[in-house]
Design a protein around this ligand. Structure first.
Ligand SMILES: *[C@@H]1O[C@H](CO)[C@@H](O)[C@H](O)[C@H]1NC(C)=O
Length: 289
């Protein structure tokens, strides 16, 4: 009894597997194993698109690369030449045909329009033309035109006066992330005012702006001045920084400078005034009443 049921259920499973088998990817062999896109990439730069597959005995009819819905590269091993490239509206990238082979494609001269979803599609020969595809997303960065800039500095500051500055990193996409440091220490978050990036209506590029406001306390001074640094970063492909001096007003500045060198010169000065007092005292005592 038991053996009969078991035999019966095994037969059902076998039939189900045989029915499903033609529709599964695994059974057909063709399989994409790796899709890599370069990311992030700076405008004007390039990188390798990589699409690797195992055919497991199946003949490949074509491998295509798409950006969004647009096909821009096709490798058809049975044709001559095997590589074809297609123009995409707006020229978001250029394919270097001579260095490309199979699914490995060198793209260059990327623009912001090349940011998005890249799809590699591999098709087997007929009759079924079984097709597999995988995607990768590319980020394109338009680097800032100039190094970060600190504005709003005065020629001199009073002790305890508020230092109010801005740091900006001009025209980038995405906008740079800005950070302030005072004497190489990250600025207190309470000192910061984040502003919305300013967008250039023509290019769509954005200028990041970060405000800094802090009271000039004596502990922040090194030789009468504080140093404020601003750093700008975009993902892992851009980093730059700029520094300004925050000098205190002259009298304080002078006293700090002299404070450091007074020890050497101080004693003779103190000694001579003590001597003067002594001489005066003796003279007063000696003077007839
Ligand atoms: C800093 O930038 C903001 C936003 O652009 C502006 O409103 C503010 O006046 C600037 N402050 C200084 C000190 O430049």
């Amino acid at each position: 009894m038991c053996t009969t049921v078991s035999n019966w259920s095994w037969r059902v499973i076998l039939i189900l597997v045989l029915l499903v088998l033609p529709f599964t990817d695994v059974a057909l062999g063709l399989h994409i194993t790796k899709v890599v896109v370069p990311t992030p990439v700076a405008v004007g730069d390039g990188g390798w698109l990589e699409c690797e597959f195992v055919d497991q005995g199946q003949s490949i009819y074509s491998l295509k690369w798409y950006l969004g819905l647009d096909e821009f590269y096709r490798w058809t091993p049975a044709e001559n030449p095997p590589i074809k490239t297609f123009h995409v509206k707006g020229d978001p990238l250029t394919v270097d045909r001579s260095s490309s082979h199979k699914g490995r494609v060198w793209i260059k001269d990327v623009t912001l329009g090349a940011a998005g979803v890249f799809r590699c599609e591999v098709s087997a020969e007929g009759p079924d033309f079984h097709t597999e595809s995988e995607i990768g997303t590319m980020t394109v960065v338009d680097l800032p035109d100039e190094e970060p800039r600190i504005t709003g500095t005065q020629d001199s500051y009073q002790m305890h006066e508020d230092v109010i500055l801005n740091c900006s990193s001009p025209r980038a996409q995405p906008p740079a992330s800005l950070s302030f440091y005072v004497n190489d220490e990250p600025a207190d978050p309470l000192w910061l005012t984040p502003y919305h990036p300013k967008e250039d209506p023509e290019t769509g590029l954005e200028t990041a702006v970060l405000g800094l406001r802090f009271p000039l306390r004596p502990r922040l001074l090194r030789r009468g001045a504080a140093i404020v640094k601003c750093t700008a970063a975009i993902l892992n492909i851009y980093w730059d920084s700029t520094e300004v001096f925050i000098p205190t007003d002259a009298p304080f500045h002078a006293s700090i400078m002299e404070g450091q060198t007074a020890i050497g010169r101080g004693y003779p000065a103190a000694g001579s005034s003590l001597l003067t007092v002594l001489v005066l005292a003796i003279l007063l005592l000696l003077l007839p009443h």
